[in-house]
Design a protein around this ligand. Structure first.
Ligand code: AMP
Length: 303
């Protein structure tokens, strides 16, 4: 099964305690595609400017990512700048230059309209809704959003959430969306808004999967050095949706495996700057890390 992703394609300028990059390949749709393409073909819809260094996405074209939905508009590519301190869970956004992204109106190519697995990366909720209206019969719709939209366009976000199956969001955003501090209560409130499955990302503390009647927790992989956390959330979503689309099975056991594949892919992402580490992973590396998660969380309950 192929996946449709709609989101940003960007040039990122990032500074961490371990180094910096300028105008490096980034954007939510790009990180997502790099991770998901290890599992299933990806159809990408995004916009870039005429300054976009197209040779930088060649590696994705070779890995089953279809760029027929990439619009090249007159003007500059979206640019984002961020800076991390020693607590890599915290970051300051230094600048957001929307450029051609400001007028982005996602147009879904006809060949993508029968997509079954959809990931609506972090863009305005009204645009996310426009995408859904163009899709015929989705099987699994996942959505990411951020505090900016929860605070700035809640009515549109609530309308869009009615059509979403899986909300992938971080802990402070769930609290803000539900207006409730307790995560368990907040999740129930958000489930009433539409998505029956929530994945709450907690950075270096892992990710929580909450369905109507179950909880599952996956830790973050214990890495000694994290160079650049940028894109970890989108990479998580790529591993998650990639595995869901490849297995085409939305049972709870499979959702759990998908959360662990998401966590494994995110752990690779942060090991280098930009998409460097996601370029040349082997299936063996991914499978080995997946199994390490199993070893880290499995214990004998017999006392
Ligand atoms: P993450 O670290 O998973 O939150 O994703 C970071 C990526 O999101 C970077 O590559 C940025 O280019 C991109 N990004 C940052 N701000 C925005 C925004 N407002 N809309 C869309 N993409 C963004």
């Amino acid at each position: 099964m192929s996946i449709l992703v709609v989101g940003s394609a960007a040039l990122d300028t990032v500074e961490t305690p371990f180094g910096s990059v300028e105008d490096a390949l980034g954007g939510s749709a790009i990180y997502f595609s790099a991770a998901a393409s290890y599992f299933a073909p990806v159809n990408l819809v995004a916009v870039v400017g005429d300054d976009f260094p197209r040779e930088q996405i060649e590696f994705l074209k070779k890995k089953n990512v279809d760029f027929s939905g990439l619009e090249v508009a007159n003007g500059k590519t979206f640019r984002w700048g961020g800076k991390y301190g020693f607590d890599l869970n915290e970051r300051d956004t230094l600048f957001t230059h929307l450029n051609v992204f400001e007028k982005f109106e996602p147009k879904i190519p006809d060949s993508y309209k029968n997509s079954e697995y959809i990931f609506l990366a972090n863009i305005g909720p009204d645009l996310q809704m426009d995408v859904l209206k163009q899709i015929q019969a989705p099987k699994l719709v996942a959505l990411d959003t951020m505090n900016y939209w929860i605070g700035g366009n809640l009515p549109a976000l609530r309308e869009t959430l009615k059509r979403v199956d899986v909300l992938i969001i971080n802990d402070s955003e769930v609290r803000q969306l539900a207006n409730e501090a307790n995560l368990v209560k907040a999740s129930k409130i958000v489930q009433e808004m539409g998505p029956k499955t929530l994945i709450i990302k907690k950075g270096e503390h892992g990710a929580l999967l909450i369905t109507r009647n179950s909880f599952f927790w996956a830790p973050a992989y214990p890495l000694e050095i994290i160079y650049d956390p940028t894109g970890a959330g989108d990479t998580f979503a790529g591993g998650f949706m990639g595995y869901m689309a490849r297995s085409d099975d939305i049972s709870i056991d499979n959702l759990k495996r998908a959360v662990v594949f998401g966590s494994a892919m995110a752990s690779f992402c942060v090991e280098k700057f930009s998409l460097e580490r996601l370029k040349n992973l082997s299936d063996e590396e991914i499978r080995t890390r997946f199994k390490e998660f199993w070893q880290m969380t499995n214990f004998d309950p017999n006392v």
